[in-house]
Ligand binder design. Structure first.
Ligand code: NAI
Length: 334
């Protein structure tokens, strides 16, 4: 026995291999006892084997119970089903958790953003239930269950309690979708009753989007369904520097998959220009999850320190640093 924790590593498509490679180097330098088990999934695997998500990938995550994943491409309109949606549903990774906080040194209009998006990850409009009723008419079914709504609400309040946060905002559109979003909202309200020390706020999704860009500092934990969470995650990433800096995780009762909010960024793939911070921070979250808390803390601090010097800012932050120079700055900080 090596004494190391085995973790599945899925490099993914586009910039995925570049940024996950950076994260693996940083985790090793931070001294985390991790042995990576590398498996491929995504567009390239589909072209080679006819399936974008081989069973071996799911088996590996089930066995190791934890994974670090790069982004994978999904064809638009037609083609294979999203690997992400399939993985989240197959492994019941019901909570998508995306911490969004300002980094000193990253230029943004806001300084004190510190919120967490908790997105329901398994149903809603991402249930994959679409059909053509007749020529020119299609239906996409939005599925909302009491079971999934209660457990995501419980997850959000538990996270708020654990992190000493004061409010949970339930984001919905129950004024229009009275049954589906109404059920979701009722579930959040009933769970909130068990947490008298945490204030429940309610926000209609459109007004919430406006408030987020006006006063993001006033938000703490936000809980919402799958589609709203997908959209507001990118909006919130934009509040603190963009997709290159925002980490995330997909959590279930049995397994967790850590990944950045961003996609495979085909426009900059292979050019060495991707910002690896989001995946490095996702790896830090992974380290914390497996008890490597010292490594997690040191990685977070080293990323913040790298951002403090504008010379280390990659192109997405308006600088000219490469993936390699940013990674080296983080390694130096460690
Ligand atoms: P995207 O997030 O890949 O890119 C949006 C924009 O942000 C692009 O201009 C890109 O260059 C930039 N960007 C993203 N990450 C960056 C980074 N780390 N450093 C610097 N710039 C960065 O979103 P897009 O273009 O909508 O999707 C591309 C592909 O990724 C699609 O096939 C989509 O399905 C997939 N995707 C996969 C996700 C996942 O695997 N978790 C999440 C989101 C999209």
């Amino acid at each position: 026995m090596s004494g190391k924790r085995r973790v599945t590593l899925i490099p993914g498509d586009g910039i995925g291999p570049e940024v996950t490679d950076a994260a693996v180097r940083v985790v090793a330098a931070a001294g985390a006892a991790i042995e990576w088990e590398r498996l491929d999934a995504g567009q390239a695997v589909f072209e080679e084997t006819g399936t974008p998500l081989p069973d071996a990938v799911i088996d590996s995550i089930r066995a190791n119970r934890i994974a670090l994943k790069g982004p994978v491409g999904t064809p638009i309109g037609s083609g294979f089903r999203s690997v992400n949606v399939t993985l989240r549903q197959a492994l019941d990774l019901y909570a998508c958790v995306r911490p969004v906080r300002s980094s000193p040194g990253v230029p943004t209009p806001f300084e004190n953003v510190d919120l967490v998006i908790v997105r329901e990850n398994t149903e809603g409009l991402y249930s994959g239930l679409e059909h053509r009723v007749t020529e020119g008419v299609v239906e996409s079914l939005k599925v909302v269950t009491e079971k999934a709504s209660l457990r995501i609400a419980r997850y959000a309040f538990e996270l708020a309690a654990r992190e000493g946060r004061r409010t949970v905002t339930a984001v919905h559109k129950a004024n229009i979708m009275k049954l589906s979003d109404g059920l979701f909202l009722d579930c959040v309200r009933s769970v909130a009753a068990d947490y008298p020390g945490i204030e429940l706020r309610e926000a209609i999704i459109d007004a919430c989007a406006m408030q987020l860009v006006r006063r993001p500092e006033s938000f703490d934990v936000l809980v919402m369904d799958n589609l709203y969470g997908d959209i507001l995650s990118d909006l919130c990433a934009g509040l603190v520097g963009g997709l290159g800096v925002t980490p995330g995780s997909n959590v279930g009762d049995e397994c967790s998959v850590f990944e950045a909010v961003h996609g495979s960024a085909p426009d900059i793939a292979g050019k060495g220009r991707a910002n690896p911070a989001a995946v490095i921070r996702s790896a830090a979250m992974l380290c914390a999850e497996i008890g490597e808390t010292d490594a997690a803390r040191r990685i977070e601090a080293a990323v913040d320190a790298a951002f403090a010097d504008p010379a280390n800012h990659p192109g997405d932050l308006g600088g000219s640093a490469t993936t390699e120079t940013f990674t080296e700055a983080v390694l130096a900080g460690l």
